[in-house]
Design a binder for this molecule. Structure first.
Ligand SMILES: Nc1nc2c(ncn2[C@@H]2O[C@H](COP(=O)(O)OP(=O)(O)OP(=O)(O)O)[C@@H](O)[C@H]2O)c(=O)[nH]1
Ligand SMILES: [Mg+2]
Length: 276
C-alpha cells in the first residue's frame, strides 16, 4: 500500500499529521512519512513559522501529499478533527495520526496500518519506548494519566493514553468528537482513547520508540506544564463522571453475564458514545 512497496496509494488508510509551529522538523517528518506511506495529509494549525508555505510548496511536487491550512491556531484535536472530516468525505476508513516534530517513528507506519486492517472496532495505539532523552518528569507524569484512563475504561487495555502515534477508525472517532466541544487541544489523545473504548473500539498496543529532541537538534514542544496539566485535570474529571454514569453497562460488557442471559452490546440510551 505504501510508495516504498511500489503499490498504489491506499484508498482506505491515510497518515494524518497535525502541525503547529514545529520548525524544520516538520518537513523531515513529512518526507519520512511519504517514504513509508501514501497518502499523507498535513493540517497546518495556524502556524506562523513559515512551515505552512514550505509544506504547500512540497505538496506541489508530491502528488501523495495534501496540505490543509487553518488560518487560526485551534489546537491539536481541532486540527485532527478537520483532517478526519475531510478523510471521511473522501472515503477513508482509518487514519494514522503522528506528531510533526520528529518524535514519532515513521518507519513503523506500515506495521501499524497492517495491525489495524479494516476493523472499525479496533484502534492501534503506540506504546512509547523511551530512551535516555526522555525527561523523567514526563515519563512519570504520564503514569498518572494512564492509571486514570485505565480505571475509566475498566482496564480494557489502553497501554498508553498520551502517545499520539496511533491508527484510529475514522467514523467512530468523528461521531464522538462531533457530539462534544472538548478534545480540541492537548486533551485529544487521552479522551479519544477512553471514549473509543466506551464506544466498543478495542485497543491493540504496539511498542514504538519516542525521541525527545533537544532544541539544538530541532526539538520543539508546545507542552505547557501549568496550562496543559490543568486541561488534563479537567478532562479526567469529565471522564470520571462519564465513567460513573456508564459503570453498570461497562461492567456488564467487561464481565459478560452467565450463559442464557442477554449480553450488553451497546451503551444505554443516555450514553452518548454509541457509534452505530
Ligand atoms: N501543542 C499543540 N500541538 C499542536 C497544536 N496544533 C497541532 N499540534 C501538533 O500536535 C503535536 C504534539 O504537540 P507537542 O507540543 O509536541 O506535544 P507533545 O509531543 O505531546 O509534547 P512533548 O512531549 O513535550 O513534545 C505536534 O505535531 C504539533 O504540531 C496546538 O495548537 N498545540
Ligand atoms: Mg512533541
Amino acid at each position: 500500500m505504501s510508495r516504498l512497496s511500489g503499490a498504489a496509494p491506499s484508498r482506505t488508510h491515510l497518515v494524518l499529521i497535525p502541525t503547529y509551529n514545529a520548525g524544520p522538523k516538520v518537513l523531515e517528518t513529512v518526507r519520512e512519512a511519504l517514504g513509508q506511506w501514501a497518502p499523507v495529509w498535513v493540517v497546518v494549525d495556524g502556524s506562523t513559522d513559515g512551515t505552512g508555505e514550505q509544506l504547500q510548496a512540497l505538496a506541489r511536487s508530491e502528488p501523495d501529499l495534501k496540505v490543509m491550512v487553518l488560518e487560526q491556531n485551534q489546537g491539536k484535536g481541532a486540527a485532527v478533527l478537520h483532517g478526519l472530516a475531510q478523510a471521511e468525505a473522501a472515503g477513508y476508513t482509518h487514519a494514522l495520526t503522528m506528531d510533526s516534530d520528529g518524535q514519532h517513528p515513521a518507519h513503523l507506519i506500515p506495521d501499524f496500518m497492517q495491525a489495524s486492517g479494516d476493523d472499525l472496532a479496533r484502534m492501534v495505539l503506540g506504546k512509547p519506548v523511551f530512551d535516555a532523552s526522555a525527561p523523567a518528569l514526563r515519563v512519570q507524569g504520564r503514569k498518572v494519566s494512564n492509571a486514570w484512563a485505565n480505571l475509566e475504561t475498566l482496564w480494557m487495555g489502553i497501554g498508553d493514553s498520551l502517545y499520539g502515534f496511533r491508527v484510529y477508525p475514522v467514523s467512530p472517532l468523528l461521531s464522538i468528537m462531533r457530539r462534544q466541544r472538548w478534545m480540541r487541544r492537548f486533551d485529544f489523545d487521552i479522551e479519544a482513547a477512553v471514549r473509543l473504548c466506551w464506544a466498543g473500539v478495542w485497543p491493540v498496543n504496539i511498542d514504538a520508540p519516542v525521541k525527545y529532541l533537544r532544541p539544538e537538534e530541532g526539538g520543539v514542544s508546545h507542552f505547557n506544564y501549568l496550562r496543559d496539566n490543568a486541561l488534563l485535570t479537567w478532562m479526567h474529571t469529565r471522564l470520571v463522571l462519564g465513567f460513573l454514569l456508564r459503570l453498570p453497562w461497562l461492567l456488564l460488557r467487561r464481565f459478560p453475564s452467565p450463559p442464557g442471559r442477554p449480553k450488553a452490546t451497546q451503551a444505554p440510551s443516555g450514553g452518548s458514545d454509541r457509534t452505530q
